[in-house]
Ligand binder design. Structure first.
Ligand code: NAP
Length: 307
């Protein structure tokens, strides 16, 4: 069993550096619950969920099963979930978290995140609700002990700066897309200066060949020669090199997998580190490529669109 490194958040609590992603693990075959149970057996203590993934029930079952089996205690697990964009009115935030907790079968989350800075209405149309209003609801969640830490996701530095100038509780985390094609240097620099932890979603970017490569940049693929040389040197896979790259850039990656061998592999990244030269070589893959085209299609005209 591998023990993950942790990062200290600005509220004094620790966040395990590798978290299990659960987006698209859902539905018919219990795959999400099984991936959570496998991950916990392998040493994962950080699980990343969201109301919009529609699988908080399975995430909660996985965690609660492992607690019942005596593998972990609730206190050892770091569970994050997220507020969806249609619940941004201040008075909706606490009830939205309570609904998540009910689905999860838990009494608190370790981290509650505003999923996006932009609000939408129930029918998907754009809403003007300001994320400063939403944040007041998030602060209430922390005050009530329903969330031990609170943070944001997909906020750009300008949005964070505005939030920091208008809040009581500084966000502990910003969760953003980050991988070799989207190295996020500006956000890394900004969050470091404000002591905000960055967690990295879609850490493999377009790399696993399951992605739609028709619109993906040509490199790096899973057999990329530059990554393969590093993988051979450290006796790791190219995907482990990418996870280590993100860690060496100061982030906490959230790899999703439902495949037991990959789940085990993705946390086995704490017995080596890349050299600064190797980090620089991987930086050169940066093209600004974003995995989810639909975010732009849906929201590019929204006044709080972050990208
Ligand atoms: N805040 C946000 O807006 C946001 C947005 C997107 C995602 N997220 C979070 O970030 C997590 C990760 O992002 P993601 O799910 O988009 O993408 P990802 O973790 O970069 O990639 C997942 C894909 O890679 C495959 N994979 C995993 N480990 C592998 C390995 N060792 N070798 C080869 N292939 C491997 C998985 O396949 P198998 O599962 O078949 O093994 C899956 O198809 C999400 O699950 C979610 O928790 C957050």
């Amino acid at each position: 069993m591998v023990k993950s490194m942790t990062l200290k958040m600005n509220d004094g609590r620790e966040i395990p550096v590798i978290g299990l992603g659960t987006y698209t693990s859902q539905g018919k075959t219990d795959e999400c619950r099984l991936s959570v149970e496998t991950a916990i057996s392998c040493g994962y203590r950080h699980i990343d969920a969201a109301a919009i993934y529609k699988n908080e029930d399975e995430v909660g079952q996985g965690i609660n099963n492992m607690i019942k089996k005596g593998v972990v205690t609730r206190g050892e697990i770091f569970l994050a979930t997220k507020l969806w964009n249609d619940q941004h009115e201040e008075q909706k935030v606490v009830p939205a978290l309570k609904a998540s907790l009910k689905r999860l079968g838990l009494s608190y989350v370790d981290l509650y995140l505003v999923h996006f800075p932009l609000a939408i209405n129930a029918d998907g149309s754009h809403s003007d609700v300001d994320y400063l209003e939403t944040w007041r609801g998030m602060e209430k969640c922390k005050e009530l002990g329903l969330a031990k830490s609170i943070g944001v996701s997909n906020f750009n530095p300008q949005q964070l700066e505005r939030l920091l100038n208008n809040c009581k509780v500084i966000p502990a985390v910003n969760q953003v897309e980050a991988h070799p094609n989207l190295t996020q240097k500006k956000i890394i620099e900004y969050c470091k200066s404000k002591n905000i932890v960055l967690t990295a979603w879609s850490p493999f970017g377009a790399m696993p060949e399951i992605r739609d490569r028709t619109r993906a940049p040509p490199a790096p693929k899973i057999d990329d020669p530059i990554l393969t040389v590093m993988a051979k040197k450290y006796n790791k896979t190219t995907t482990q090199i990418v996870l280590r790259y993100l860690i060496d850039c100061g982030m906490a990656p959230l790899p999703k997998s439902i495949t037991p061998t990959r789940i085990a592999q993705n946390i086995d990244v704490f017995d080596f580190a890349l050299t600064p030269e190797e980090v620089k070589k991987i930086d050169e893959f940066n093209t600004g490529f974003r995995v989810h085209k639909e975010h732009e299609e849906l929201w590019k005209d929204h006044k709080h669109y972050p990208f």
